[in-house]
Design a protein. Structure first.
Length: 260
């Protein structure tokens, strides 16, 4: 803000870069546009960059950011419902929405969970002939390098509607119960960002200990429904655990905030 008030400065911005891109000089950056006196403005931009470098270890996630192996147990200690972000498969950031990596951590456990949602055409096709109350065994095929096939056995509970990110009609959904885990299978890629998504599938988040959503930081509509939050650092195309990405072209060392 101080630099933006400088008469020689047109604008001053700090960018976090695109850390998923494997390029030689991908990084955070400070960019200052000036009218004149470029050397002085460049020095001020350098000072801001140096400040961020000096304080990078002070950076923290805004909510608890946990490794997948710690997430299920952490849910048991928090106020319910706990909204868990499957951040590595964050569809609102462009991920595919088909990862069952985190689902596998909840299956077979004692945490009553609503998992929203899985976009898996193979599983969707296998469930089409079922009526409510009928049982089936469904395999969610490997969606990436981090997750093998995940098989779920259970019953079809109900059918409903799937909404898009901002509430528009988008497709169909199936609620499938596998023990203590209710899974929403969706005919389209989406993320449950507001209460209308849950209503369209006739589910109530208050009935669950954990509600898993394909997001990073919760969207405002989802945050309003959560008593507690966990940012789960799952692997995947949208991951925030950059140690899981096989960078080959980055030059020099890089720093990232690690899960707790």
């Amino acid at each position: 803000r101080e630099l933006d008030g400088d008469p020689d400065v047109i604008s001053c911005s700090v960018f976090n870069g695109q850390p998923w891109v494997d390029a030689p000089f991908m990084s955070a950056s400070v960019i200052v546009y000036s009218k004149a006196n470029h050397d002085a403005v460049h020095a001020k931009a350098r000072a801001i960059a140096d400040y961020f470098e000096a304080h990078k270890t002070d950076l923290r996630f805004g909510v608890p950011a946990l490794a997948p192996g710690k997430t299920v147990e952490a849910v048991k200690t928090l106020a319910k419902p706990v909204f868990v972000s499957d951040s590595g498969d964050n569809t609102t950031a462009g991920a595919g929405g088909g990862s069952a990596f985190l689902l596998g951590r909840f299956l077979g456990g004692d945490v009553k969970t609503l998992f929203t949602s899985i976009y898996c055409p193979a599983a969707w096709s296998a469930l089409q002939a079922l009526r409510p109350g009928e049982r089936a065994t469904v395999t969610i095929p490997q969606s990436d390098a981090y997750t093998g096939d995940v098989t779920v056995e259970g019953e079809l509970v109900s059918r409903g509607r799937i909404l898009g990110f901002v509430g528009e009609e988008a497709g169909e959904g199936i609620l499938f119960r596998a023990g203590n885990v209710d899974i929403v299978f969706a005919s389209v890629r989406t993320s449950f960002t507001m209460k209308e998504h849950f209503e369209a599938m006739d589910t109530d988040v208050k009935d669950y200990d954990a509600v898993v959503v394909k997001q990073g930081y919760l969207w405002p509509g989802a945050a309003e429904l959560a008593a507690s939050r966990i940012f789960c650092m799952t692997p995947g195309t949208a991951t925030n655990d950059f140690s899981t990405l096989p960078f080959k072209n980055l030059e020099g060392e890089y720093y990232y905030v690690k899960p707790e």
